[in-house]
Design a protein around this ligand. Structure first.
Ligand code: FA5
Length: 351
């Protein structure tokens, strides 16, 4: 092929390219055109590739003609792409013009779960009475959940905690780990790590292998309270809990302390408030008793104090473990504890 025929080949490619470019419509067609002429296997690209095979004296002129054609085609393509993009934007604006009078999309705001709100309220009441707030592990050792609370292995009191054990066996063939059944293990953990005076409240989740009913869930929350110092008596316990009820429920609520047994306190009490639904008359919610128990409490047992290295002849203390959902039920008149974790937004949105 002569130098002249190479050049006329290039001119032909250029003029047919320009004709086709004129006829090309939107961005898709322009892209097809680019691939056909300027792409890796495009017609003009092939010519440029063949330049290397030409004699040096031909290569200069043919190369210059090819490069000029390529620059011209690229420039035309850029102009056409610009105007195609503009028409596309104009069309989509015309089609989806914004109507500023339409209402916006609602963006629902989340809220705190009623359990979280109640934990905060309970803790605030105790913080204002000089307690500090701490947290502890939900997966606990038998040692803290039972042993250090004066509940040795094979003690019948273990049966009152329907325990969920972790499937892990130690070298003695024992299962030493569980989902804590109450927040009381934090009594031992706190006292092990500090000297009196101690005044803490510990909110957290607890788990029991429970047959559920309107006042029993298999997982629920408690707030543990612990105060240890010289000269603390049962009156301090009663006064503190009575003041808590006054702050959180108001002065009209009736409070009942009744003897109860927990191995880690002596004496022990169950602490109840009159039933919100029947005002003490007796109904399904309070099992016809007129009272709803919200906490176990008592004076810290001397064995528990000894176990953490406190001298029970010098120090005394009180402790309580309060059911958070039960407090929320009393405050808001909720009839079934199972509503808390059923994930029904109709219930949750009310708080
Ligand atoms: C205890 O858990 C003791 N650790 C409380 C305690 C602490 C006593 C310190 C003495 C000193 P009890 O099992 O009664 O006790 O539970 C305490 C409170 O947790 C109950 O009064 C109740 O309000 C709540 N509670 C217990 N079990 C459930 C359950 N299955 N569902 C919902 N709330 C529960």
């Amino acid at each position: 092929m002569s130098q002249q025929s190479h050049i006329s080949d290039i001119e032909q490619i250029e003029s047919s390219a320009l004709r086709e470019l004129d006829a090309a419509g939107g961005l898709d067609e322009l892209e097809q055109w680019r691939i056909a002429y300027l792409g890796r296997r495009g017609r003009l690209t092939q010519v440029l590739r063949r330049l290397g095979g030409l004699a040096p004296e031909e290569r200069g002129r043919v190369g210059a003609a090819a490069n000029r054609a390529k620059a011209a085609l690229e420039q035309q393509l850029a102009e056409r792409e610009r105007s195609a993009r503009k028409s596309q934007i104009d069309a989509s604006l015309a089609e989806g013009a914004i109507d500023v009078t339409l209402p916006g999309w609602p963006s629902p705001a989340g809220g705190l779960h009623p359990t979280t709100q109640t934990i905060r309220e309970i803790c605030d009441a105790f913080v204002s009475m000089g307690f500090e707030v701490m947290e502890g592990p939900e997966v606990e050792w038998d040692r803290y959940n039972f042993e250090m609370l004066n509940i040795p292995k094979h003690h019948p009191a273990r049966d009152s905690f329907n325990t969920l054990w972790i499937d892990y066996t130690d070298s003695d063939g024992e299962r030493p780990m569980l989902l804590r059944t109450h927040t009381s293990p934090m009594q031992a953990r706190v006292m092990e790590n500090r000297r009196p005076p101690v005044r803490v409240v510990v909110p957290g989740k607890c788990y029991r292998y429970e047959a559920t009913d309107p006042t029993h869930e298999w997982h629920f929350s408690q707030v543990e309270g612990l105060a240890v110092d010289r000269g603390i008596t049962m009156s301090d316990l009663k006064g503190t809990l009575q003041e808590f009820v006054r702050r959180v429920f108001g002065p009209e609520r009736r409070v009942r302390f009744r003897c109860d047994y927990f191995p880690f306190v002596e004496p022990g009490v169950d602490w109840a408030i009159d039933c919100f639904a029947c005002a003490g008359e007796g109904c399904r919610i309070c099992s016809d008793s007129g009272w709803i128990e919200i906490a176990g409490a008592g004076m810290v047992h001397p064995n528990v104090l000894k176990g953490v290295g406190y001298d029970p002849a010098v120090y005394t203390g009180f402790a309580f473990g309060m059911g958070v959902e039960r407090v929320a039920m009393l405050k808001h008149g909720i009839e079934d504890v199972r509503l808390f974790y059923a994930n029904d937004l109709r219930f949750l949105r009310q708080f």
